[in-house]
Design a protein around this ligand. Structure first.
Ligand code: ZN
Length: 243
């Protein structure tokens, strides 16, 4: 089924889109420069960009204030988003202008988006993208948010180890005990390890019911006490399962 402009994207669709044959090495983060609710849609960006003389929306994805990721420009097409840096690029735009009015849901969606793209690339032996902000190549505040902190980027703009790595290279990290409703990068790492061990989870850094169920499944398989809490024994079992 062909995806249309403005369709919400789930991780499986992101993985499919990430399989585009176009060479991409940089992902660019933008903001829409508006906080108005009536502008909170890829279709509105599309109309603006057509009015500026472009053929269609310049971004490949648009993240609404509620965290829904909408499809923008087809991914097999070069973006029209950061002048002089559109070749080999992917562009994502968050709706917003004032720093305080971006939402946590958008930050989580951006992290999930980046992880899904990088994981899909890793699955076909492509390197993770380098993630950059529009402000790095233009005299603009865009994307306003501290995308480097949100994404936990290293100096090169990489988010870290790809979600799917050669088995021998998978480091086993222990991030302490994690439980339902915890959140953050440690939870993302746990989710990544659970996925490597065979679970299907969105890597969003939120320890919700799905993550808890995946922990229980792992504990059951490893003959541990089944409490859904990732403590030292669960981490050790994860290490064994992903080795
Ligand atoms: Zn921008």
């Amino acid at each position: 089924m062909k995806q249309q402009l403005g369709d919400p994207l789930n991780p499986a669709q992101l993985a499919h889109l990430s399989g585009t044959s176009r060479v991409i090495h940089t992902g660019w983060v933008h903001c829409s420069a508006s906080d108005r609710p009536e502008h909170d849609a890829a279709r509105v960006m599309d109309r603006w960009h057509r009015q500026r003389g472009w053929t269609q929306i310049g971004y490949h994805a648009f993240i609404r204030k509620d965290g829904v990721i909408e499809l923008g420009r087809p991914w097999d097409q070069v973006p029209a988003a950061q002048s002089g840096h559109n070749a080999a690029a992917l562009a994502v735009c968050l709706h917003g202008l004032a720093l305080a009015r971006f939402t946590d849901a958008q930050a989580r969606a951006l992290v999930a988006f980046v992880d899904a793209v990088d994981a899909a690339r890793a699955a076909v032996q492509r390197p993770p993208l380098r993630w950059r902000g529009h402000c790095e190549v233009a005299a603009k505040a865009c994307p306003v948010i501290d995308y480097r902190a949100v994404l936990g980027l290293d100096a090169a703009g990489h988010r870290g180890a790809p979600a799917v790595a050669p088995a021998a290279a998978v480091p086993v990290h222990t991030f302490g005990t994690l439980r339902l409703f915890d959140h953050g990068l440690a939870v993302s790492a746990l989710q990544r390890s659970l996925c490597q061990a065979g679970a299907f989870l969105v890597i969003d850094g939120q320890f919700g019911r799905a993550t808890e169920a995946a922990v229980r499944d792992l504990q059951r398989a490893a003959n541990l006490a089944v409490d859904g809490i990732a403590g030292p024994q669960t981490w050790a079992a994860l290490g064994a399962a992903t080795r």
